[in-house]
Design a protein around this ligand. Structure first.
Ligand code: NI
Length: 263
């Protein structure tokens, strides 16, 4: 069974066929999806999707690009939304120095406030980090390490940094990028860290795996990501897939939650 630990089905790219696509997921072997909120609208819609579809769970968080929206009222709303049964993480949150839509200091402050929220609510985090590897790691280590764990989404760092995150109890999110020929470092990361610490994701509608690169992505295409991870680890896809499924349920604590389907 496939678990997508990071998706954006609230994106307008799915406006034409969202319902059909999500209703067909289980037929296509997808058993779990976490729709992460990246903006105020995005987190509200993530909650709505989790209420509508059994296999969809929600993340609430404000992405660094939108971090200027974070204030006390919004933190209160996030707290309320995070207490809902199908909210499984605070995310996506983090730092983005590539686009630098908000100044570095504002991003850091917003990231820290949301890490504290995750700690307070005892929820794992889902982290976005672009061109900000060291700052992301330093802030997580000082503000959140050894608390609730979580996923470093679309991991793009070195093998050494992946190992450091694993030591702190985090999982490494791997998606379509691992299938790209030029992703040498990520392929190495997948080979070097324990399989028990890898989770699959899409970031859909973005980052479709090869040979669909540049096309709209969706959770069914994680099959290609699992195949690549299996081949890099010298495993058969069924064995790798089973472990990756377990990892996702573990990091989001779905086995410990009562009243949720225990596929
Ligand atoms: Ni994302």
């Amino acid at each position: 069974m496939i678990f997508d630990t990071h998706a954006h089905y609230d994106d307008e790219a799915f406006d034409g066929d969202r319902d059909l696509l999500l209703r067909q997921m289980t037929q296509n072997d997808v058993g779990g999806i976490v729709n992460v909120g990246a903006s105020v609208r995005g987190m509200r819609e993530s909650i709505a999707l989790s209420e509508q579809y059994e296999i969809v769970y929600a993340g609430v968080g404000i992405h660094p690009d939108d971090i200027a929206d974070l204030n006390d009222d919004l933190l209160q709303e996030m707290t309320d939304l995070a207490k809902r049964e199908k909210t499984v993480c605070i995310g996506e949150i983090g730092l983005d120095y590539h686009w630098m839509i908000q100044p570095e200091e504002v991003q850091k402050e917003g990231f820290v406030r949301q890490l504290h929220l995750a700690r307070e609510l005892d929820l794992p985090i889902n982290v976005h980090s672009r061109d900000a590897a060291q700052d992301t790691f330093d802030i997580i280590r000082s503000e959140h390490a050894h608390t609730t764990g979580g996923i470093i989404h679309c991991f793009s760092g070195s093998v050494e940094m992946a190992r450091e995150y694993v030591k702190l109890g985090y999982y490494i999110g791997v998606g379509g990028v691992v299938t790209f020929k030029n992703s040498k470092t990520l392929k190495k990361v997948v080979q070097e860290i324990p399989l028990e610490r890898i989770v699959t994701e899409t970031d859909c509608p973005y980052l479709a795996p090869s040979p669909f690169r540049g096309k709209r992505n969706d959770s069914t295409r994680i099959r290609l990501v699992i195949d690549e991870i299996a081949s890099l680890r010298g495993l058969d896809p069924e064995t790798a897939g089973e472990q990756l499924w377990k990892n996702a349920r573990e990091v989001y604590r779905l086995n410990r939650k009562t009243g949720l389907s225990g596929r």
